[in-house]
Unconditional design. Sequence first.
Length: 258
Amino acid sequence: MSSAAVDFTPVQYDLIYNLLSFVLAAMGAATVFFWFQVSMVARPFKNAILVSSMVTFIACYHYFRMFNSFNEAYTLIGGTVVSSGVPFNDAYRYVDWVLTVPLLLMELIMVMQLEPEETSFQCAKLGSLAALMVILGYPGEVSDDNVVRWVFWILAMIPFLIIVHSLFFGLRDAVARQPLAARGLVSKARYVTVISWCTYPIVFLFPMFGLEGAGAVTAIQIGYSISDVIAKPIMGLIVWRIAMAKSFNEDTLLNSSA
């Protein structure tokens, strides 16, 4: 949707303000946690944890920018939300997604510990498709014309469906080859990725089904913020658990063979 000023109610203002603040804190806390966990996992999984920390760090920065932009655009004075005339710039979301969405897939591929050639291929393939998906979604997101939104929604769903197919079918054999201690977590990570991603195109559709003005903006901000928490810190925690389980498994094998 366009960034023109809308008339928020105090409740809508508080919801957006507090949720942006919460996600900002969650991204920052996750970043610090992942940084300290890098030294705790075995060498083959360090890059996956570093990528997880990059994802939440980039997101933390962009939520900081969005939070400040919202503060500059709107103020709650005496129970009334006053617009300053400065537009609320939530285009930071798409800048964030272009960087973080490919990395989200890469961290999953890296922690699966595939053959080096397959890891490079899958990271390049899925990362490129993810970036294309975000780029195709942006023109529809900023348009107030529902026809334009539908066209770009459909275009963005093409790489989205290819990614989902790759995660569930293309990597099915790779999941089956995972150590028993981590196999369930790897499978869960695929489901969390797909389920969290499915919320983004649904939120994108809100204005096309009757939501307008402040109600639409509020619903979109809430929807995207919740989706980001699931897709980034929570997904990162699952990747960390996989890395820890595999690290423990490697230590056990080494000790048993000593």
